[in-house]
Structures are given as structure tokens and as C-alpha cells.
Design a protein around this ligand. Structure first.
Ligand SMILES: [Fe+2]
Ligand SMILES: [Fe+2]
Length: 297
């Protein structure tokens, strides 16, 4: 373990730029059931770049069929609080990625695509949950930010972490076992630490911290299980593998039987047919090329 690497990463977490004031205010307002549409509008209007981003997204196919939305007021009515929060947070995340793009464009872009795909996959899985226990818009955010620790590590140690990142991509690993040994901290722990610092609710911190080991998450934390599945689906689609639901279930059962037991424990009852439906919906949403260019101002 390199303690110098660990110190650099921990310093990076503690000095990582905070979320912009607009984002914090929007999170606060949309998280409070007492808030009014007018309060949300007043929080967004001073931020012109954010207004443009909301209108552009509202008029794209990202949230279903394109709509003809001309003002922020209309966007709030048509999309609702949760989707407005998702757009604001997605744009803020995209901006965080862009800040580090100059030094390693290829890997930062790959990480952004993976994060967005995982968010879309998590939203699809949650939207099919029969008991409606998991709000799809929250799962979208959890998926979007699950690998933020990789962004921290890529930005703290561009050269050495780039090599690990590229090797993991080449071997098609979503998790590189030597990460912790080499850097003294793994991306899941680093991500959870940052989200804690940003005062994200527990379920989001746990999604980042336990998406590779949901069986280590505190009792009651179900987001990491959904994000783990969304992570696997996004890797399947991005690497072009042709696994179907049945093969994927068998693989998970063979390699990590504890995870399938946890699905039963939380009454998730995922079947091969469910996975096939999620994969085809995810494929369809990714066919829309604009998804990845949407947040590029
Ligand atoms: Fe990860
Ligand atoms: Fe991931």
C-alpha cells in the first residue's frame, strides 16, 4: 500500500469542489414536501446556464417523448420536482467530469458514459419494482453517482490511476481487486466519503460505498443491490456482451450466492425474464444518441 497515494486521494476528497449553490438549494427544495413550485423557480432562475440546461433536457427525448417547453415555470409543471432535481444534478455531475477532461479525455468520457448508463439502468429496474418501494428518480441519481470515487482517483492520481482504469476496462472488470492494495483506498470507499462530505442522504452514500459488496451494507440498505445490478447491465451493454437474463442469473448465483440470498431477504424476486426486459429497455434508451451529448453545453 502506498501511503503517499492514500494521502493524495484523501486530500483530493477533502478539496473536491463543493456542489454549486444552485444545486444545493434545488436539492433542499425538492427534498421538502412543503416547498412550492415558485420557490423552486426562484432558486433556478438566477442560474442562466442551469435554466438553459433544463429547457434543453425538457425538450429532448431523455424523459420520454420530446416536449414543447418554453419556460422554467412550464418545465416545473410538466416534469415535476424530482425530474428537475435529476436534470440539475446530472448537469452538475457532468460539469465535475468536464473539469478533469483535459488531462485524460478518453477515460473521463468512458466514465461519464458508464455513469449515465448505470443511472438509466437503475431507473428502469426501479420502475418495474412491483411493490413500488424504490423511487425510480432516486435510483437514477444513485446510479449516476455510484462510481464518483473513480473520478476522484482519476483526478488525484491521473497517471497511476489511469493505468489501473485502462487495465480494468481492458479486462472488462468493473472492480479492480488490486485498487485498494495499490492506492490504499478503493473507489467505492472514496466515493462514499465524498458523498458523506456533500451531505447526501444515506441511501446514496451506501450505493456508492457498497455497490460491489451489497452484502456488507447496513441492514435495510437496498439501493446497493439495485445499483450493483444496474452496474452489471451497463457493463454488459457497453462491452457488447450477448449475455441474456438466464445466463446472467446463473453467473451471479455461481460467483456470489450471498447476493442472490440478499435478493430473497429483501423480497426482490428478480427472475431471468425481468433482466431480459430491463436489458431491452436500456438498449432502446441508449439508441437515442442524444443522451450522451445532451449535457454537453
Ligand atoms: Fe464501481
Ligand atoms: Fe460502475
Amino acid at each position: 500500500m502506498s501511503s503517499a497515494n492514500t494521502t493524495t486521494i484523501l486530500k483530493q476528497i477533502d478539496s473536491f469542489p463543493p456542489l454549486p449553490a444552485t444545486v444545493n438549494r434545488v436539492m433542499e427544495i425538492t427534498g421538502n414536501p412543503e416547498s412550492s413550485a415558485n420557490e423552486l423557480m426562484q432558486a433556478i432562475l438566477p442560474d442562466l446556464a442551469m435554466c438553459a440546461s433544463i429547457l434543453k433536457t425538457a425538450n429532448s427525448a431523455f424523459f420520454g417523448r420530446p416536449r414543447s417547453v418554453c419556460s422554467i415555470q412550464e418545465a416545473i409543471v410538466v416534469l415535476g420536482f424530482q425530474e428537475i432535481r435529476n436534470i440539475v444534478l446530472t448537469q452538475a455531475m457532468f460539469n465535475s467530469f468536464q473539469k478533469f477532461r483535459n488531462t485524460n479525455k478518453k477515460n473521463i468520457d468512458a466514465l461519464w458514459q458508464h455513469s449515465l448508463t448505470c443511472g438509466l439502468a437503475a431507473r428502469i429496474i426501479a420502475s418495474h419494482n412491483r411493490q413500488n418501494r424504490h423511487p425510480p428518480s432516486q435510483l437514477y441519481i444513485a446510479g449516476l453517482i455510484h462510481d464518483i470515487g473513480k473520478l476522484i482517483m482519476l483526478s488525484a492520481l491521473p497517471n497511476s490511476y489511469n493505468q489501473v482504469f485502462e487495465l480494468a476496462e481492458k479486462l472488462r472488470y468493473s472492480f479492480f481487486p488490486e485498487e485498494e492494495e495499490t492506492f490504499g483506498i478503493s473507489h467505492d470507499t472514496a466515493g462514499m466519503r465524498l458523498l458523506n462530505r456533500w451531505l447526501f442522504p444515506d441511501q446514496f452514500c451506501f450505493s456508492a460505498g457498497y455497490h460491489h459488496c451489497p452484502d456488507h451494507a447496513p441492514e435495510g440498505a437496498t439501493f446497493p443491490l439495485i445499483i450493483q445490478m444496474a452496474d452489471i447491465l451497463s457493463h454488459i451493454l457497453q462491452t457488447g456482451e450477448s449475455l441474456d437474463g438466464k445466463e446472467l442469473l446463473e453467473m451471479i448465483h455461481d460467483f456470489t450466492p450471498a447476493i442472490t440470498q440478499l435478493w430473497v431477504h429483501y423480497d426482490l424476486n428478480w427472475q431471468a425474464e425481468d433482466i431480459d426486459i430491463w436489458l431491452s429497455e436500456l438498449r432502446a434508451s441508449l439508441e437515442d444518441e442524444s443522451v450522451f451529448s445532451l449535457f454537453n453545453a
